[in-house]
Design a protein around this ligand. Sequence first.
Ligand code: LMR
Length: 412
Amino acid sequence: SFANLPDAAVDEIFALNHAYIADAHPKKVNLGIGVYRTAEGKPWPLSSVQKIEEQLSRENDAARHEYLPIEGDTVFTKAARDLMFGFSLDAETPAEKAAKQRIASVQTVAGTGANHIGAAFLAHHYKPKHVWVSTPTWANHHTIWDLQGIERKGYPYFNAETCAFDFENAIATLEAEAEEGDVILLHACAHNPTGVDPTKEQWKAIAELCQRKHIFPFFDSAYQGFASGSLEEDAWAVQYFFNMEPRMEMCVAQSFSKNFGLYGHRTGAFHLITNGSNPAEVGLIEKNLCHIIRGEYSMGPKFGSTIVKRVLADPTLRAQWHDDLAVMSSRLIQMRQALYQELLRLKTPGTWEHIVNQIGMFSYTGLTPGQILAMKEEFHIYLLKSGRISISGLSPTNFAYVAQSIDNVVRR
Ligand code: LMR
């Protein structure tokens, strides 16, 4: 019997989304889940993505429902790798060729799948004592590593007083407590949930610490193109770690859910980087990754990866995709400004600059659990218990209502 099962935690993000959908209130606002919405509050299939969908429907290819290989579509995984590590689209230089030979890549079931495959691989073959995650981090990081049985530790990340990255305490904790062979989970850009990233100088210090203490960097890259507005800038930390000498082993979980708007098509890749000293290693790693993938779900899905590889391979569509990214990121920046200005106008007690200083899809508001509950119960505004809001839920028609509601709960 299963009557004595533990009471498994409900995923807050999806539970909140469910509650929002079920709410019939006309003024309800969803600031919970991190999905892009237009100014009208609608999902937005990217224009570059739609072009490929039209192409695919015209082609009517009889092979469109066939299996992918276990490692995934290698045209896709190579394009994903080149985007992440900044390899040029032009003819490859000998240095680029050597750099690529350090990387084992497989297609995954989006970012969660990439995090999972990476965690499963490392748990089996690297056996870290601990995984270090930022406090706070995306809650699913906890679930993914807990399911692998790896003990989780937290390093300080967010300083609630300054609303900035708690660099000194993060470094001090890792210096004192992280052990050789531990894994550290790092958000490549647009940290979820805080919207606060390390500066380049801070990244360099983290990289140096990892290298010196032999801590294995595990990057989660879910927002490339959403943070700085530049794909290169958003991959800066990953590329810095990758290019360090002496070379480090590391890995990257890469999601295309947000930057291609392919949420439900589960499109992603996992890259494991060797130090390049043994050319046979990459093939062996890929074989072992495939072994795990085959045993779990055989291979990743085809539709999203077909779209991404085609957009990335076509210079015109790639340029259009850059424009699509700019559409999304600029709307988020406008909404940050709108909310901030309205709070200033209302003279809402407290400081709110962090709303415009934080980047990416999320902002950490600093609202308390009681205030967050009141926002939901009285104003039908849904946000995470941590105070994280998804900026994309804001629109020209609801930001004033959201600001008034914040003003109301803050003044109690
Ligand atoms: C979020 O944090 O809201 C998104 O990344 C969606 C998810 O899968 O949790």
